[in-house]
Design a protein. Structure first.
Length: 285
């Protein structure tokens, strides 16, 4: 079954229940949320988040709890070797987010690998590995799905090889997966008009069994631009057909697809985009 949804808000007073209601209003059968504001450490107490009511509503509409994806806060940067306080904050916050995500009933948490802030990708990767080993020491429930990045600035994770290095070096590789962001890999230089080649490269370097989540976004920029600017489905340089092929590819049928496309005139476009992608008639190539 095709599992597709979008990022949804989580706001007072209904919190996670409201997130599920929002997803259902889009015709979605999956969703992604932050457990709190992604730019700070303030969090609502778990007993206020309406988790049980959200799970009941998901069950009523045949949504599995594994179709609920958590996105880690932007504050976390495990790749920073220049500021110990930044690394320590990232470890502490990520530990807390793992506990919250498990309480939410999620299986996957999306995490940006981080930025090496000028120290170089090799040191950045070693620092990420160190941080992941610390947070996963007592974690055997939540898979951290490292996100492929566009390569702007000093981002780590701009190539499949960098992601593979992280996975190969950690003590518990079974607790790591990958989030494939279509805008990011386009901007990093991967040509999604040749999906077979992209998936072959991913499988050879990382392994398709590690693919946990897909962020489905068009891109405002040409391939290899290293910009990371999302566009609405079919309104960017990747194009509707190439994104629809990802949605309907049987090799990716088990992977939840999450839209992170921009609002249009202040309104979320997810209901129309999900409907169009579900009903796509793929042209032959």
């Amino acid at each position: 079954m095709l599992k597709i949804g979008s990022h949804c808000g989580m706001n007072a007073p209904n919190y996670l229940l409201g997130s599920v209601e929002e997803a259902l209003s889009y015709g979605a059968n999956a969703l992604m949320v932050y457990t709190g504001a992604p730019q700070n450490t303030r969090r609502q107490a778990l007993d206020k988040c309406n988790i049980e009511a959200a799970h009941a509503l998901m069950l009523e509409h045949n949504l599995d709890q594994h179709d609920l994806i958590i996105h880690a806060p932007y504050l976390i940067n495990l790749a920073n070797t220049k500021k110990a306080d930044t690394f320590d904050l990232g470890v502490d916050l990520l530990k807390s987010e793992i506990e919250r995500s498990i309480a939410f009933g999620a299986k996957y948490m999306v995490l940006h690998p981080g930025a090496h802030v000028g120290a170089g990708s090799e040191l950045g990767i070693e620092s990420i590995v160190k941080g992941l080993d610390l947070v996963n020491a007592d974690n055997d429930q939540l898979v951290i799905a490292l996100e492929t990045m566009a390569g702007k600035g000093t981002e780590v994770g701009r190539t499949f090889e960098e992601i593979a290095q992280i996975i190969s070096k950690v003590q518990k590789p079974e607790m790591l997966g990958v989030t494939l962001d279509t805008c990011h890999i386009n901007d990093a230089g991967y040509d999604l008009s040749d999906l077979d080649q992209v998936l072959a490269d991913f499988d050879q370097i990382i392994g398709l069994d590690k693919l946990s989540v897909i962020h489905l976004n068009d891109s405002l920029n040409p391939i290899g631009s290293h910009k990371d600017r999302h566009a609405n489905i079919g309104e960017g340089t990747i194009g509707f057909d190439n994104l629809a092929r990802i949605v309907h590819d049987p090799r990716l049928a088990h992977v939840v697809k999450i839209l992170e496309t921009p609002y249009i005139d202040g309104n979320p476009p997810y209901d129309e985009e999900i409907k169009a992608l579900r009903n796509a008639e793929l042209s032959k190539k």
